[in-house]
Design a protein around this ligand. Structure first.
Ligand code: SF4
Length: 233
């Protein structure tokens, strides 16, 4: 007897479930890799993230800032920093701007380990490299959109992203589809492929300004015509 044709729409999860499942699998791979990458230093993933964060902050960070940036509780941050300090990777000093506030910074050993830890996502970069330039640009733009949505919902800490920055001027150069945006901080044009997720010069725009920035940015077309160049900071 002939079977009726199968309609995959009726037997499939919605696309957003597939996407979420895919992201969760990548997240699980990252976590598993983080444990493997811990090596002889026996780092936990949180300790590894703390090292990576401190790597970009030679002046050191307060515990509260570290906790907020990693979206963990102050107690968890305190445990991670205490362990890193005991292992000789982190040292407690004072914040340059406020001599009474404690700040934690990497020791030379911690800096060397942080360099090593920072290479953990290389396997992910290799997988991303299997996408062509236009696929990478579309994916990167989608990731920026998702990260911004998570930030605006309060599910992750505030990120130092272009799309939330008071210096971001989206789509002010409509005649140049490869570099339609301008960074008013450096006064230079750039494209979607240059958008930053963690820029040291970023200054968070107000909520109303962020909404306007996003509307101006998200209404634009994706630049798919140029190879991906330059890693976001
Ligand atoms: S590059 Fe930095 S300063 Fe310039 S717009 Fe982006 S986040 Fe802001």
């Amino acid at each position: 007897m002939e079977r009726p044709p199968v309609d995959f729409d009726t037997i499939s999860e919605p696309l957003e479930v597939h996407v979420s499942t895919g992201l969760a699998k990548i997240g699980a791979a990252l976590k598993a890799r983080a444990w493997k990458g811990a090596g002889p230093a026996r780092l936990t993933p949180t300790q590894g993230q703390a090292l990576t964060l401190l790597r970009g902050e030679p002046q050191g960070l307060r515990l509260s800032t570290l906790a907020r940036s990693l979206a963990i509780t102050p107690a968890t941050a305190s445990d991670a920093v205490a362990s890193l300090t005991a292992k000789g990777f982190v040292v407690r000093g004072v914040e340059a701007a406020n001599r009474r506030a404690a700040a934690f910074a990497l020791t030379p050993e911690g800096a060397a380990l942080a360099d090593e830890v920072a290479t953990w996502p290389d396997f992910l970069a290799r997988a991303t490299g299997t996408l062509d330039a236009s696929e990478q640009t579309v994916l990167y733009r989608a990731l920026v959109k998702m990260i911004r949505a998570l930030q605006e919902a309060g599910d992750i800490p505030v990120q130092r992203m272009c799309v939330s920055c008071r210096y971001f001027r989206p789509n002010v150069r409509p005649d140049d589809p490869q570099r339609p945006h301008v960074c008013a901080f450096v006064g230079a044009p750039f494209g979607d492929r240059h958008l930053r997720l963690d820029c040291r010069e970023q200054e968070q725009a107000s909520a109303a300004e962020r909404d306007a920035l996003w509307r101006n940015f998200a209404g634009s077309q994706v630049d798919q015509s140029h190879p991906t160049q330059g890693e976001p900071k």
